[in-house]
Design a protein around this ligand. Structure first.
Ligand SMILES: Cc1cc2nc3c(=O)[nH]c(=O)nc-3n(C[C@H](O)[C@H](O)[C@H](O)COP(=O)(O)OP(=O)(O)OC[C@H]3O[C@@H](n4cnc5c(N)ncnc54)[C@H](O)[C@@H]3O)c2cc1C
Length: 362
């Protein structure tokens, strides 16, 4: 497995639990996942961990199927990964505020179609009671009982802990080259070692292109930078007890952090350099922010990169040739789609007839 973000580590965990011998390679394994404000983070560490599935507008196609399957699997993942040291939890409840009457009527229609999936339309007065002084509440909003979020840093810590318990080999270094070998694949590592494997799963986001190009597989991806702002409220009462796990206004996600902080994210900026003006636009919620949000103090920010496939829909889930599996390019939804992606990879490996090791083997 190349890459230990949500996709690579989640897939390695799934395969190891099924009895496959797994080697996971990523230089990030050398340090505990953290959010350094000055460096460009991996997608998973930068992510807010929002699981936005049932509010997705389309009701058919691969994107919808992957989202639904992931949401079926997430409760099992959270249960299995929850330990006293890594108290991973699904925080459920997502409210999307409508930005116009037209959007409110689309939301009302979706809520009618998906009431069995936990969607309901909240009329303006209900929202105004929960969030007074919030201008966007005037149109109403869509509530999803099952969408929500997980903590992506805790997710990575929990996965790593269990990977160690499952005796997965963790190589804290970079794969420099991927080559065809005799009956399989050879990974040349930056520490000088080699790993030979019958199956390779490439989950290294933007870096995947450079590993695949020499093998004749062109899978271009563009970086789309995201910034997240950490705000401290002057008056914590604005974060009422009715604040959902995620509140979405004008496409900006607002996540409560502790008693008196809000995280706002994330910008969508083509390229790799954060733009201060983009962060300011995020903070103003398209000029529709409640006044108290303007009074909040900036206490930090971070940024990271998403991998967006060029000319193909996200994500890239492909068996490129026997034993070479690509599972990357998840763009804005890699945390959400980690469980369904891991399941897809395991199905491809099973279909190839790859032998599992008995879990009792040394
Ligand atoms: C600001 C921001 C907010 C986001 N919010 C959300 C959200 O709320 N919900 C959601 O679902 N998604 C969100 N996303 C998107 C999500 O984070 C990504 O889709 C997801 O993290 C992709 O996971 P990944 O494992 O494919 O990639 P990454 O997490 O980027 O991991 C790729 C890994 O590959 C490793 N790697 C690279 N090159 C090599 C190499 N040569 N050898 C070995 N290893 C290598 C890297 O070190 C890295 O650890 C957000 C992204 C950003 C930037």
């Amino acid at each position: 497995m190349i890459g230990a973000g949500a996709i690579g580590a989640g897939t390695a965990w799934t395969l190891a639990r099924q009895g496959h011998p797994v080697v996971l390679v990523d230089p990030e394994l050398a340090q505990t996942p953290e959010r350094h404000p000055k460096t460009t983070l991996t997608g998973t560490s930068a992510s807010l961990g929002i699981l936005m599935s049932y509010v997705f507008r389309r009701s058919s196609g691969r994107g919808w199927r992957l989202r639904r399957r992931s949401m079926e699997l997430w409760p099992q993942w959270a249960d299995a990964l929850h330990t006293p040291g890594t108290p991973l939890k699904l925080h459920s409840g997502l409210v999307q505020l409508a930005a116009s009457d037209q959007e409110a009527s689309l939301q009302r229609h979706l809520a009618e179609q998906r009431s069995a999936l936990g969607l309901e339309f909240l009329p303006p007065d209900t929202l105004q009671d929960a969030h007074p002084d919030w201008p966007s509440c005037r149109y109403g909003g869509l509530r999803s009982a099952k969408d929500g979020r997980v903590d992506p840093l805790l997710l990575q810590q929990a996965l790593r802990q269990q990977l160690q318990q499952l005796n997965v080999t963790l190589e804290a270094t970079r794969v420099e080259q991927l080559q065809r070998g005799q009956g399989g694949w050879v990974l040349q590592l930056a520490n000088g070692n080699q790993v030979a494997a019958k199956q390779v799963v490439v989950c290294s986001a933007l870096a995947s292109q450079a590993l695949l190009a020499p093998l004749g597989h062109a899978r271009p991806m563009e970086p789309v930078l995201g910034q997240v702002l950490q705000l401290q409220l002057a008056n914590a009462e604005h974060l009422s007890s009715q604040w959902p796990a995620v509140l979405v206004s004008h496409g900006v996600n607002l996540v409560r952090h502790g008693a008196d902080q809000l995280w706002l994210g994330a910008t969508l900026e083509p390229g790799t350099d954060p733009d201060a003006a983009a962060a300011e636009r995020l903070r103003s919620l398209e000029g529709d922010a409640p006044r108290w949000l303007g009074d909040c103090k900036d206490v930090g920010r971070w940024h990271g990169l998403r991998a967006r496939p060029s000319g193909r829909p996200a994500p890239l889930l492909e068996v490129l040739e026997p034993g070479l599996i690509l599972a990357t390019g998840h763009y804005r939804n890699g945390v959400l789609l980690a469980p369904a992606t891991a399941e897809w990879v395991s199905e491809q490996i099973d279909a190839s007839g790859h032998q599992k090791r008995m879990l009792t083997d040394p």
